[in-house]
Design a protein. Sequence first.
Length: 374
Amino acid sequence: MLEKNAILVEGAFKEYYFNRFDFIHVPVKANEREFGYQKINSGMIRHLAMKNDKELHLLLMKEIPSDVYCSNAYYSFPNLPMSEKDWKGADLIFDIDAKDLALPCRKDHTVYKCTSCNDTITGHQSECSKCGSTKFETISVSCNNCISESKKEVSKLIEILTSDLAIKREEIEVYFSGNEGFHVRITSGAYETLGSQERADLVDYIMFNGTVPETFGIKKQDASKVSLPTTDEGGWRGRIARNLFASKAKTLKITKQITSEGYSSFQLKLEEIKRTMGVRVDPKVTMDIHRIFRLEGSINSKSGLAKIQCDDLDSFDPFSQACLLGHDEVQIVANCPLPIKLKNKKYGPYYSEPVSLPKYAAVYMLCKGLGNVV
Ligand SMILES: [Zn+2]
Ligand SMILES: [Zn+2]
């Protein structure tokens, strides 16, 4: 990020951290967790220990980080090198990101920015019309559909966690990630000592990975011994049955149909179930038992929006509720060829033009690389 942009962004972050420290707390077992942070244009600093809110506040004021992280793991010695930390357990966490959902809307809100001349265009082109370069950076701007589709994944995840894994709803915390997705943290102690492989198995279960027609007695050459689950069974078996049979009365008819259609048709059906009912989480995040995860209440420098808890997921609007930076007007040259909506107000499109914007909108564009301070 250009120095002049960094100054404005850091100023806005500092103001937020100073005014809204009630939003930012160390999590439970704070003194057993590892903290880390980044500043604009520099690398990650980690292996820090933080005792309480006061120490965290001090760090935020002194360093004005662009991003702040805290481990999901607990250690005896969080500030020692990884091999000496003495891992004791880790919260079970999930990351759902709109960019992983292969949504058709993505192409409509992606800006292509030429890496040589910084010209921005919408819609993919093979070369820059200004300078002829073929290298583009892709930038995604806010989209309500991405948010509502991500929410659906969160709801599916909550359903599986509560009905199949005996996790209580009040043990599930849902956060907007601060950019284009959601983070889910399980506060129940029952899963905290699971290792990385067990967490990978859990992810496979939640995503509905690896189920084959053979699981239900359907072989490549012979589908006659099919044994399908019933709608009143628990877990995925019941879920599959409820998907296959609209009602109990239709069970026999549909079973006959599956037998006659054979292996590959049922394989396609299982793939469809995975696509529609499996939860698309990022497996790497859940498997990583040493991860430092974005701290709730902190600002995400990819957007200038905050990672905040969603008390009511359905009504949650990140582009107004997580947009918490200052309102005072600042001047930037905006190069944002798609309109963005923040705090229920539309900004842009702007084509390399000087504009006066509320700080939260200006910072959003600077963070996305779609503008420069005058
Ligand atoms: Zn160019
Ligand atoms: Zn979208």
